[in-house]
Design a protein around this ligand. Structure first.
Ligand SMILES: [Zn+2]
Length: 298
């Protein structure tokens, strides 16, 4: 992927190295709207949360978006821009910049204004408006504070554990999370959350899959338009993205963890579906083509 000459986004917040204190957790014992104690989410609750997130895949944003978490009071850590000699952070800032430019003009074409999200780099664990998160849960987007959270060791994980190397695979992951931000701006996230509360568990999972596949389609859409404007794609890049989409499909993740596949419990979509929808956006470049909610086939 050609990115070195691209503009760096100013919206990256470097909160790495802050460890346990990242995000200034509130003192122990402050009751929240969920009835859990803020400082006390450690222990069993956190372990269960992490296990559930791991089981579901690498993107716990749906879990983190759950009901009343957004009302939880939280204090923000002071953030700095990443150092100029940190190549990985500069790469992330450039990809984020590309998403700002591309979505900015797509929104403008549609007569709307794109509000840019922040992207938080963290190491180990982080406090977000959606709750306390561990790196093991993978990158996620928090609608309540409009931030994408990413621990860069995930990219190593993507390479080693998921067998998806390459810078464009990493760009796809960032673009997918930004896709969730787009869904948030358009009200899709809220509508789907509302609906999920009213339906059966398997229908709720289906809605989650539709939301995730749409974010994959938006990632493809982003790549399509960014390549048109900035010629970022090099030979092999598309395959890297498709390979990454396949690697983190629910069926493949489940097969790894439990040896069999339970389609009803899918929340992100199968490998085949993720590849198909990423490709749909990538090839068509058409926003309407990403309407997974009204698609004849997922
Ligand atoms: Zn997602």
């Amino acid at each position: 992927m050609r990115w070195q000459l691209g503009r760096r986004s100013q919206n990256v917040e470097d909160r790495r190295g802050m460890g346990r204190t990242g995000g200034f957790p509130l003192p122990r014992g402050i009751p929240t709207s969920r009835g859990v104690r803020r400082g006390g989410l450690g222990g069993i609750g956190l372990i269960v949360f992490v296990l559930i997130a791991l089981f579901l895949g690498v993107d716990p944003s749906m879990l983190l978006q759950g009901d009343s978490v957004s009302n939880v009071p939280y204090a923000e850590a002071p953030a700095t821009a990443p150092p100029a000699d940190d190549e990985m952070a500069q790469f992330v800032a450039t990809v984020l910049g590309y998403t700002e430019d591309t979505w900015g003009s797509l929104f403008k074409e549609g007569g709307a204004t794109y509000r840019e999200p922040k992207l938080v780099l963290f190491s180990g664990q982080v406090n977000s408006a959606c709750g306390f998160a561990q790196a093991a849960m993978g990158p996620f987007y928090c609608p309540a504070d409009e931030r994408v959270y990413i621990d860069l060791t995930f990219f190593q994980e993507l390479h080693d554990r998921f067998g998806a190397p390459g810078d464009f695979a990493q760009a796809y992951v960032i673009a997918h999370e930004v896709g969730h931000h787009v869904q948030n701006l358009l009200g899709t996230t809220r509508d789907v959350q509302e609906l999920r509360r009213q339906v059966s568990e398997s229908d709720s999972n289906m809605l989650s899959v539709m939301l995730e596949l749409q974010a994959d389609c938006y990632a493809g859409l982003w790549a399509h338009h960014t390549d048109r404007a900035e010629q970022i794609l090099e030979p092999g890049d598309t395959d890297e993205g498709l390979n990454a989409a396949a690697a983190i499909g629910d069926d493949r993740l489940q097969r790894r963890s439990q040896g069999y596949v339970v389609p009803d419990s899918f929340t992100h979509g199968s490998s085949e579906q993720r590849v198909r929808w990423f490709q749909e956006g990538l090839v068509s470049g058409d926003f309407q083509a990403c309407d997974t909610f009204n698609a004849a086939q997922l």
